[in-house]
Design a protein around this ligand. Structure first.
Ligand SMILES: *Cc1c(COP(=O)(O)O)cnc(C)c1O
Length: 469
């Protein structure tokens, strides 16, 4: 299995190369040269498997010979064995045709764990074989940092340093990062805001000698392996509801378009997905695109669903490449115009093709609180604000055929956003038992001023100590 860049100018790579590179050299995103397709019989044969086994078999279709099925099976069992639910990604029924697919039973209570728990193990496996180490650096305003730390903790070939803005994350978010005391994990609180942290990380990547010395890497959402690891839960849900012999629809609260792209991929691989509903908060660029071919960025506004406060959905480039008939030059030109002018020209035919499958849905904060309240009152279900946008979208835009079930992705545990849930329902969702002692655990982090030299020194000493060990 080889991978091409969406911008057509980078050399093809295998799965291992794509995993380690992240972004292609021409600035594009990697996509499979040919999508694996399964026959209806092959899909039926996957029904009823334990989640880790299903994940290993499907991801193996994307790795080619770089990883054996046995190795993937062991990694998937390690990744998903510690989840808080034996089904890993359980389906919960809300009404006669709507379900939620709970993707938040991982260590940090958000759907990022579904991919990152596997990604950490993939890095380890590939790097150990090559006798290499990497240093992951990242900036976080809250959630992605903890998911990355949980993915990398105790990995033999990976060091990780996460910068967060001092005093500007919630206490749960900070503690999910700073109570991980593994020797390969270091947390630095920066005296500044999130943008300062992000600028410092960019500056480290732009410091070429430092970047090479530390083998700096990122675990951002454009890495193909993250998409591959998100495909199995859509397949599991569809198979459980009768696919390939019965179509399903998915509703996905969307930010960077990674999660919904994985739902698109199971359709491309042969499962009958009748509709994909893209949920947005007031940052509604995708809804405007789907309604009126208006892909124009506006300033990001804060909302109750912060993980969707995004105006440029980086993974959309992968869909665009497909909509443009896999024309790398045309994709590169559209992305250049988007960057330069803040508006992406999408040809009418490509837009029409997108709207045949995708629907866009927007919900403001007030509507989000109303939906959380409604779910609680009607179904006794506590949903976080991201999930609520998905369930509201599933109700508003279900396919006309009532025999098609609609599955909404539940992307965060309600205890991750307790203020909003309490405001809507009067109930404060408790942390699950395995995290109940989070507030008593020992924390470890250091505080540094936004000084690139001092932060590089801290990263270097952290990586060097572990290299010597
Ligand atoms: C990251 C995230 C999203 C958005 O997912 P994308 O793949 O970026 O579209 C939605 N909800 C939660 C809780 C998240 O953490």
């Amino acid at each position: 299995m080889r991978y091409l860049s969406t911008r057509g100018q980078a050399p093809p790579r295998d799965f291992e190369g794509v995993l380690l590179a992240g972004l292609a050299e021409d600035g594009g995103l990697f996509v499979p040269e040919a999508w694996p397709e399964l026959s209806a019989g092959e899909w039926r044969a996957l029904r009823g498997l334990p989640y880790a086994e299903l994940a290993a078999r499907l991801i193996h279709r994307f790795t080619g010979n770089t990883l054996s099925l046995e190795a993937l099976r062991a990694m998937a069992e390690g990744a998903y064995g510690g989840f808080g639910h034996p089904a890993v990604a359980p389906l919960v029924q809300l009404d006669h045709r709507r379900f939620v697919l709970e993707l938040f039973h991982g260590p940090t209570l958000a759907f990022k764990d579904m991919a990152l728990q596997l990604l950490g193990r993939l890095f380890d496996q590939v790097l150990e074989r090559r006798g290499e180490r990497i240093t992951i650096v990242g900036a976080t305003s809250g959630d992605t940092g903890s998911a990355a730390i949980e993915a990398c903790r105790d990995r033999a070939a990976v060091d990780i340093v996460i910068l967060h803005p001092l005093g500007r994350t919630s206490e749960v978010q900070r503690r999910q990062m700073t109570t991980v005391l593994s020797p390969n994990v270091r947390n630095i609180a920066i005296e500044g805001d999130f943008d300062t942290c992000q600028d410092l990380v960019k500056a480290m990547f732009n410091d070429a000698p430092f970047r090479a010395e530390m083998r700096l890497a990122a675990v951002n959402s454009i890495n193909w392996a993250r998409i591959a690891a998100q495909i199995p839960y859509y397949a599991a849900a569809a198979l459980a509801l009768g696919a390939p012999d019965r179509p399903v629809a998915f509703s996905v609260p969307t930010g960077n378009f990674g999660n919904v792209l994985a739902a698109w991929a199971v359709r491309r691989m042969g499962l009958p997905v009748a509709r994909l509903i893209v949920g947005s908060n007031r940052n509604d660029i995708l809804a405007r695109f789907l309604a009126a071919n208006d892909m124009s960025a506006r300033p990001v506004e804060p909302s109750l669903s912060p993980s969707m406060d995004i105006q440029v959905s980086s993974n959309f480039e992968r869909l665009l490449f497909e909509l443009l008939g896999r024309d790398g030059a045309a994709t590169a030109a559209a992305m250049r115009r988007f960057r330069a002018e803040g508006r992406m020209p999408v040809p009418d035919a490509a837009w029409r093709e997108a709207t045949a499958l995708f629907r866009g849905f927007t919900l403001d904060d007030e509507g989000t609180l109303a939906e959380i309240r409604r779910l609680w009152e009607r179904a006794g279900y506590l949903a976080d604000p991201h999930t609520a946008i998905g369930t509201a979208a599933a109700r508003a835009l279900a396919p006309e055929d009532p025999a098609i079930p609609v599955v909404a992705a539940a992307t965060a545990h309600p205890a991750k956003f307790p203020e909003a849930v309490e405001r809507a329902t009067g109930r404060r969702p408790p942390l699950p038992p395995r995290l109940a002692d989070l507030y008593e655990r020992e924390e470890r982090f250091e505080v540094l001023p936004p000084d690139l030299g001092r932060i590089e020194t801290a990263v270097r000493s952290h990586a060097r100590r572990n290299r010597a060990a």
